[in-house]
Write a protein that binds this ligand. Structure first.
Ligand code: F6P
Length: 359
């Protein structure tokens, strides 16, 4: 094992550097002379040949630093096999650079789209090992992704702050949490922050049910209600539309996001004042949580162990608290969604949390 390339791809998160540190420290223990190519800005660097050589010292002091020392970018998988604006064959360019740089392995940190491309490169014969990154926690095959718990902490802190002001003013507050396709972050932050209503894409909501939960709280003498709403939350009506119809509807939508639509409907139906808070990308920023630093270190070390054993074509995953390899072909193209019938949803409902579908 002489030379490995690292790349971070897709939306960033707090624990990317901590994870690369885990891989690098373990590799350098075994191979002090190993050469590490830091490929810049995700697959873009692999396509266009941009990298910088990294030393062991580059991985010191980065455990607590959010973002990625390599930079990242979104290179949609669906466009990977299409030539770029200058006619460049991107997949071929990536393969050519891998061989030109004489890499023994490519270490890829990323989410769902990243895993589809990683699997494609594996199928083309490259040695690839991947690590599951995303604040969304939606990668199939792993119980937990690194970045998720840090984001849960931040989204929860946002809801905590809203609690005091909501209570003072007696208003309805909506906190819009990241997650277009899945509701893990909203669900966990919503429960941790004591939200009264949680709306996630996996459980399409009925606005009348949302309003009933708010009315019930008002009737109980509660001065405020807090909703944790995933950015991808969808109404029962919209969930029945075809992709094309939904796209058109969203295009014509006067509201900047689903929370504003829900807020306007609540104001109209209850007469209560509504305020919206969108923490947005703050949820991906700052320092990684202690939990994330631990799983990043473990996943990083486990990925390095796979490389040392020359076991390629796997993502390292957390399953029942163990770190296990999962074949890339199993991961690519599959989403891990919240099961509406799962225990966590049932328990949240039994505490009285509304999901917009239960009254
Ligand atoms: O995948 C992580 C994520 O933060 C999602 O929760 C969010 O929908 C999306 O990325 C935002 O993407 P971008 O940073 O490209 O705006």
């Amino acid at each position: 094992m002489k030379r490995v390339g690292f790349l971070t791809s897709g939306g960033d998160c707090q624990s990317l550097n901590a994870t690369m540190r885990g891989v690098a420290k373990t590799l350098y223990q075994k191979y002090p002379e190993i050469e590490v190519y830091g490929i810049l800005d995700g697959y873009k660097g692999l396509i266009y040949g941009n990298y910088r050589m990294l030393q062991l010292s580059d991985f010191s002091g980065i455990l607590t630093i959010g973002g990625t020392i390599l930079g990242t970018s979104r290179q949609p998988f669906k466009l990977m096999e299409e030539p770029d604006e200058n006619g460049l064959d991107k997949v071929k360019a990536m393969i050519d650079h891998y061989y030109e740089w004489e890499l023994d392995c490519l270490v890829v940190l990323g989410g769902n789209g990243t895993h589809k491309t990683a699997n494609l490169l594996k199928e083309k014969g490259l040695n690839v090992v991947t690590l599951p990154k995303t604040i969304d926690n939606d990668i199939w095959g792993t119980d937990m992704t690194f970045g998720f718990q840090s984001a849960v902490n931040l989204a929860t802190a946002a809801i905590d702050c809203i609690h005091t002001t909501a209570a003072s003013h007696g208003r309805v507050f909506i906190v819009e949490v990241m997650g277009h396709k899945v509701g893990w972050l909203t669900l966990h932050a919503g429960i941790a922050g004591g939200a009264d209503i949680i709306l996630i894409p996996e459980i399409p909501y009925d606005i009348d049910s949302v309003v009933k939960t708010i009315q019930r709280r008002t009737d109980m003498g509660k001065r405020f209600s807090i909703l944790a709403v995933a950015e991808g939350a969808i109404s029962k009506h919209d969930a029945k539309l075809s992709k094309k119809e939904l796209k058109k509807k969203l295009k014509d939508n006067p509201h900047p996001s689903v929370s504003y639509k829900i807020g306007a409907e609540i104001e109209e139906k209850t007469g209560q004042e509504v305020r919206i808070t969108v923490p947005g990308h703050t949820q991906r920023g700052g320092i990684p949580s202690a939990y994330d630093r631990v799983i990043s270190s473990r996943l990083g070390a486990a990925a390095a162990e796979l490389i040392i054993q020359r076991q390629f074509g796997y993502m390292v995953a957390i399953r029942n608290n163990d770190v296990v390899p999962v074949p890339l072909g199993d991961v690519a193209g599959r989403l891990k969604m919240v099961d509406p019938n799962s225990e966590i949803i049932r328990q949240a409902k039994s505490m009285g949390i509304g999901f917009g579908n239960d009254e």
